[in-house]
Design a protein around this ligand. Structure first.
Ligand SMILES: Nc1ncnc2c1ncn2[C@@H]1O[C@H](COP(=O)(O)OP(=O)(O)OP(=O)(O)O)[C@@H](O)[C@H]1O
Ligand SMILES: [Mg+2]
Length: 372
């Protein structure tokens, strides 16, 4: 068969990439093909931009075309990453270019929100997504330390005639933090309205450019900062972090019901159980359930929400955060893999959520009834 556009497209009708049941042309995975001599260039749209997935596609297309045409055929794939066009669906005010906004919250303090928000952000970036992170913890910002950006401050840029703040960037994540505007060791007494105004500025006045995911690390609790946040921005969903212990679970439950309130209605993407157990390096099969066993797992089951991960207590996770080099950057350790798995799960749940639910609009909060 002659190697030309028509024949190639006809042939590609035989290629189906699961889970799709349609061939790559009907599913609009292949957008265009071009032929230059024995070289075939295929423009392809994918929603999974991992290296592994791309390699698999390259192998599939190459072997298929070689066997149908000539073994000398060279196949090149040009990728566009498919993202759900959320902007079109958002009824409130979207943040230009930002597709999914996910809040990481907890009722109780110190359960590992910031550690998880930092590692999740870097993991998403490692998977090939464009990621931003807002350290919304006005009372105790920790991201400048975790991202080794202490003492740095963002520069102003002009975008369409307006002054915007250019987020700092490290490990592939664009980050803004209230910590940029406060001096170390300087205690600031924020009042509620002041704090929420600062938070809004941080989110709206940053030049994010294009983002697949904007992760927002919230301060602990279910107070006015949280309500202001959901009031102001169209959240895609919320992640609730809890340790397995009873006192943290009670607060996590409160967090879930806050997002479930009729007047807020932000989908809970899932619960993450942190500090699930401790296993000494020298005897990893000896697990110590210091804060109790499966508490958050059982809560997730009871509330009918996803359990996204169970993260153990790992000394190097704490050390890595303190050293400004998140543990997910370690190559192929148990803890770095657990954050990559978490990120993959978050992507999957968010994709499902975007297909099945109308987008959350920004809501007007009048009271906190039903929030306990
Ligand atoms: N799985 C873990 N193993 C070991 N140390 C952890 C783990 N998770 C968190 N930590 C450590 O516990 C401390 C509290 O974590 P982190 O600051 O992330 O919690 P937080 O919920 O953001 O706290 P806050 O409510 O104050 O914002 C940090 O020192 C962090 O490094
Ligand atoms: Mg924190």
């Amino acid at each position: 068969m002659e190697l030309n556009k028509k024949n190639i497209e006809e042939t590609l009708r035989g290629v189906i990439i699961p889970p799709s049941k349609e061939n790559v042309l009907d599913s609009k995975t292949v957008l265009n093909t071009q032929v230059f001599g024995n070289e075939v260039i295929i423009d392809i749209e994918i929603s999974n931009p991992t290296l592994q997935h791309k390699k698999k596609l390259e192998k599939t297309f190459t072997s298929y075309l070689k066997s149908n045409f000539d073994s000398n055929v060279i196949v090149k794939l040009n990728y566009t990453i498919k993202t759900i066009e959320k902007e079109n669906k958002i009824k409130g005010n979207p943040i230009p270019g930002v597709r999914n906004i996910i809040a990481v919250s907890s009722g109780k303090g110190g359960v590992g929100k910031s550690t998880i928000a930092a590692n999740l952000s870097v993991a998403l970036s490692k998977l090939g997504y464009k990621v931003g992170l807002v350290d919304a913890d006005i009372y105790g910002p920790s991201m400048p330390i975790m991202f080794d950006l202490v003492g740095e401050s963002p520069k102003a840029v002009e975008v369409d005639g307006k002054k915007k703040m250019k987020p700092l960037e490290n490990y592939g994540v664009k980050m803004v933090s209230m910590g940029f505007f406060t001096q170390a060791n300087q205690a600031i007494v924020w009042r509620g309205p002041m704090a929420s105004k600062a938070l809004n500025q941080l989110i709206w006045d940053s030049h994010w450019d294009e983002l697949d995911y904007l992760i927002v690390d919230l301060p602990p609790g279910t107070g006015d900062i949280h309500l202001s946040l959901v009031q102001a921005i169209p959240l895609t969903g919320a992640i609730v972090v809890s340790t397995p212990q009873e006192i943290a679970l009670a607060d996590a439950r409160k967090g879930v019901s806050m997002f479930n309130m009729d007047s807020i209605d932000v989908p809970v993407i899932g619960i993450i159980e942190n500090m699930s157990f401790f296993a000494p390096i020298e005897s990893p099969s000896n697990k110590y359930y210091i804060f109790g066993k499966d508490g958050a797992k059982n809560l997730a089951e009871k509330l009918g929400v996803n359990l996204l991960a169970q993260i153990p207590i790992v000394q190097s996770l704490r050390e890595a955060s303190d050293a400004g080099h998140p543990a997910v950057l370690q190559s192929n350790t148990e803890i770095s893999n657990s954050f990559i798995n978490l990120a993959e799960k978050v992507v999957k749940v968010v994709d499902e959520r975007n297909l099945s639910l109308p987008s959350t609009k920004s809501v007007e909060i009048t009271n906190m009834k039903g929030c306990s």
